[in-house]
Design a protein around this ligand. Structure first.
Ligand code: UT7
Length: 328
């Protein structure tokens, strides 16, 4: 069978209008703009209104990506929505997005891989397209994390924000597109970032809600070290598989968890900081949405030219991590 390459044909992103600044957080918990800025690089994050839900932002980001890919929603045969904050438990957010877009030919599902979800989706879409099972895949990262943040826990509530990003993936000429993709996880670190309530194990009752079991809990210090190591290692692996080195990379889009993590990964990889994309100051950590939002911001700002090598790397709860190299 001839080996097709898959590539990104169009991107899009969407945010809620609401903004939560560090000054706003100073009024809610015992924190300061100085601490948040120096420890994380975050200045503000988007926050959805109580009546807004995840699929709304996913659909807006997807419509942009589909229009820029120059295809019709009816052409899409695979929808992979990465999210840990779905609209509802059943059906999947992917199916809700499918109905809204009118992408009736597609198989739709959610990917639960936390901050690595978008790269999990790209990797799966790439395999499905190269294997001949999909022609046009829509890969989305969409989150309303602020719904699951405990605004009495200063160690987590300052970090997370809301938003969605999307990409249409389809066949491209050989030598271009996704050159290498790898995804990994290690469930032994499940207690590093988790939400115990709401499922069949932790249950859901007035007591679990009063205890805040549905909120994210995080061991930030330990995650920090694993995040830096994993993102640097997987970046080297995918570059090696693509037959490239960091010198070939024109743009590095890491998951936006903390500016200090981004700087440490770039330093380990010896990538010039001018090649490293960062939007954490404006958006905080948007989990699965952070890489597709960053990618779309780079594309629309003209920062990506045909032939450029783009490296993307992620790390998140699970723990999960992934790396993808693309020749644009
Ligand atoms: O998205 C993928 C998964 N996420 C990550 O990979 C996140 C990884 N971790 C991190 O980004 C960082 O560990 C954090 C930003 C979460 C925390 O930064 P840190 O430099 O590791 O701080 P820390 O947890 O070691 O806390 C240092 C101090 C503590 O005070 P004491 O015990 O030294 O008196 C905290 O209580 O900072 C305190 N602190 C705060 N102070 C003001 C923690 N959060 C805050 C806050 N404002 N928001």
């Amino acid at each position: 069978m001839s080996k097709l390459n898959s590539g990104i044909l169009g991107t899009g992103h969407s945010f809620p209008e609401g903004i939560l600044t560090n000054a706003d957080l100073e009024r809610i918990v015992d924190t300061s703009d100085e601490w948040i800025t120096t420890r994380t690089g975050i200045k503000q994050r988007r926050k959805a209104a109580p009546d807004e839900y995840t699929s709304q932002f996913a659909v807006r980001a997807s419509r942009q990506a589909i229009a820029r890919a120059g295809i019709d929603p009816a052409d899409i045969d695979l929808i992979l929505c990465a999210t840990v904050t779905p609209d509802q438990i059943l059906p999947s957010t992917g199916c809700l997005i499918q109905a809204e877009l009118g992408a009736h030919k597609a198989a739709a599902m959610d990917i639960v891989a936390a901050c690595s979800g978008f790269l999990y989706g790209l990797s799966l879409a790439d395999a499905m397209i190269r294997g001949g099972q999909s022609e046009y895949a829509l890969v989305i990262g969409a989150e309303i994390l602020t719904r699951y943040v405990d605004y009495t826990d200063r160690s987590t509530c300052v970090l997370f924000g809301d938003g969605a990003g999307a990409a249409v993936v389809g066949a491209v000429e050989s030598g271009r597109g996704i050159l290498a993709a790898k995804i990994r996880s290690d469930g032994r670190y499940q207690d590093q970032l988790y939400a115990p309530g709401g499922g069949t194990k932790g249950g859901f009752s007035a007591e679990t809600i009063a205890r805040g079991d549905h909120f994210f809990k995080m061991k930030g210090n330990e995650l920090f070290k694993i995040a830096v190591r994993s993102m640097a290692d997987i970046s080297r692996e995918v570059l090696l598989e693509a037959g490239l080195t960091t010198e070939d990379v024109k743009l590095f889009i890491p998951h936006q968890a903390n500016q200090r993590i981004t700087d440490a990964v770039a330093n380990k990889l010896n990538v010039d900081t001018s090649m490293v994309y960062s939007n954490i100051a404006m958006h905080g950590n948007t989990s699965s949405a952070s890489i597709p939002i960053g990618l779309d911001e780079c594309v629309t700002a003209g920062r990506v030219q045909k032939g450029d090598v783009i490296l993307m790397a992620s790390f998140g709860g699970g723990v999960t991590w992934g790396g993808v190299v693309v020749r644009w």
